[in-house]
Design a protein around this ligand. Sequence first.
Ligand code: NIG
Ligand code: FE
Length: 413
Amino acid sequence: MSSQIITNIKQLVNVREQTHVLRGAELAQLPVIENAYLIIEDGIIAAYGKMQNIQHSTFNIQHSIDASGQCILPCWCDSHTHLVFAGSRENEFVDKIKGLSYAEIAAKGGGILNSAKKLHSTSTDELFNHAWKRLEEVSKLGTGAVEIKSGYGLAAEGELKMLRVIKKLKEKSALTIKSTFLGAHTYPLEFKENHKGYIALIINEMLPVIAKEKLADYIDVFCENGFFSPEETETICKAGMSYGLKPKLHVNQLNSIGGIETGIKLNAISLDHLETLTEKEITLLSKWEGISTLLPTAAFFLRMTLQPARQLIDKGAAVALASDYNPGSSPSGNMNFVVALSCIQMKMLPEEAINAATINGAYAMELGKELGSITVGKKANLIFTKPIPSLAYLPYSFANNLIDKVMIGGEFI
Ligand code: NIG
Ligand code: FE
């Protein structure tokens, strides 16, 4: 057994004997131990407590780390990303600044189809190497677990290529990774008028291979006007579910068309985006046992009104925060900024935002028993902050790098 002890921790954050998904008022409760120690054995949290009660005689400690002045938090659990992609789209970003509309950009070959074209001409190795760099970058920013979607292939070959890259990332990375099949991201041009044809391709050509090679944990659909209707979403999800893939869906980013009712009916693990919500939908989500995942940096980047986090939490919803890291609507996977933006613009309390980005993010990937809190038996994925006066300083001092080091599975990266 290799054991290490971390001593003199100013604040050990999100310490929980047992965990469950946090809903409503529970999100504001962030348990902290002041002046704490933490023992890690073989990459797993083994014990913790107050410095004055330190007990390590039962452990064969080989290594000691002094964390004076530092806070230690569980790593961010980023439950919604598209971080496997072939190229950036800053030209579209500049076009938008100059006043071009989404439709005009799409007519110039932009948007998801632009990413699909780029992906088609990129080799598996290149795709892997780019994604690997992004994973390294986000892990230095404190992310310890991440969900990654396909969705820029839009044909069997490209979708499988993306999912095989995600599978290789899972095998090689120290981060915990979940994989989601998003073949239904948009209709490829040749199927623009033949929705049934593309859905048949997803069901008959893609899903059987995905199941056979165990390439995905979840199924996702972009349920919006101009993309996939609630009925189409249901058909695709049910096909995925017949292979054991549970739904995690893109709903209500742009329109309120029934995606939420469909997701609830299908028992989705999470419903994600949620920029555009009616009162009725807020009530539905608040009573629902699944997770409402907010992606504020996507709304920020697209200059949209941010998600109604306050109303959702005040009504009792289980809210998680994620980055949506992708080249079109959120070209950043920085969860520190997601947390800060949530506090600054959505009026989440620092405690709520930290819980939503850690423990609830873990549950949004069904990793709640392994990650997202300081709990004995969980993986030692830890953020060591620079000396900070208090936890609220993290979102307050937004866009400053307040992370000193990050530990994944008991090892500093
Ligand atoms: O989650 N909205 C759908 N999908 C992505 C954006 C995709 C893209 O523009 O590349 C999102 O925001
Ligand atoms: Fe997304």
